[in-house]
Design a protein around this ligand. Structure first.
Ligand code: SF4
Length: 216
């Protein structure tokens, strides 16, 4: 009689399929930036990023292997413990992973799904709101431009204004445009951003309000 040789998938295979993901942290807080500023939200921060922004404030997220790998069922179960039903998937760079299974399960459980991404990898997942924050350090993948609901450009130096305009030309016409001062440069650049937005009224200002409130 023939026996079937059943081999359990490895963790790496489960991660590649998007069924397990490295989680750096997950927490319930108030969204501090962009279109959903002020909304209570459950943040899922995935470990792993290959973009390498010099001013990154979550450099400890870069190495995916440092973080525990959880099943998507466990990730969603943890999110359900809180009353809010808005989830923000961030990183690291969340699009390093296939987000189709996680977002499908989140939506089945009644969550609104948002993502914050540099767009540096092919798009995946079922999202109600896509916040695209391109970085000079790694070129975005072309798949992000047609799905971005919001273009949020961090202003760290003067050339970031033209970088913002370059990307504004590539996103779809209904995409909301925001400029956000990098936290350590806010004093220097906020007055320039204010003047810029007054003169380019298709842009709005985004501030990291969670840092003013001293919440994560
Ligand atoms: S993309 Fe985000 S996590 Fe990655 S280096 Fe840049 S700021 Fe940090």
């Amino acid at each position: 009689m023939q026996t079937l040789d059943l081999v359990a998938p490895t963790t790496q295979e489960l991660i590649s399929a998007g069924l397990q993901l490295p989680i750096m942290e997950a927490f319930y807080t108030i969204q501090g930036e962009g279109r959903f500023t002020g909304h209570p939200a459950y943040f899922i921060r995935l470990g792993g990023c290959d973009v390498g922004c010099v001013w990154c404030d979550v450099k400890e997220s870069w190495e995916a292997a440092k973080w525990p790998v959880l099943s998507i069922e466990k990730i969603v179960e943890d999110a359900l413990a809180f009353p809010g039903r808005l989830v923000v998937i961030t990183g690291g760079e969340p699009l390093m992973y296939n987000l189709d299974p996680l977002t499908k399960l989140l939506k089945e459980k009644g969550f609104t799904t948002n993502i914050e991404t540099s767009g540096a990898h092919p798009f995946s997942g079922d999202f109600d709101w896509v916040c695209f924050s391109p970085k000079k350090f790694k070129k975005p993948h072309p798949s992000i431009y047609k799905v971005a609901d919001e273009l949020k450009v961090v202003i760290y130096n003067k050339s970031d204004f033209s970088f913002a305009q370059e990307h504004a030309r590539l996103v779809n016409p209904v995409c909301e445009l925001r400029l956000q001062p990098e936290w350590s440069k806010a004093e220097k650049f906020t007055p320039e951003i204010i003047e810029y937005v007054k003169n380019h009224p298709n842009w709005k200002i985004s501030l990291q309000t969670h840092k003013f409130m001293d919440i994560p």
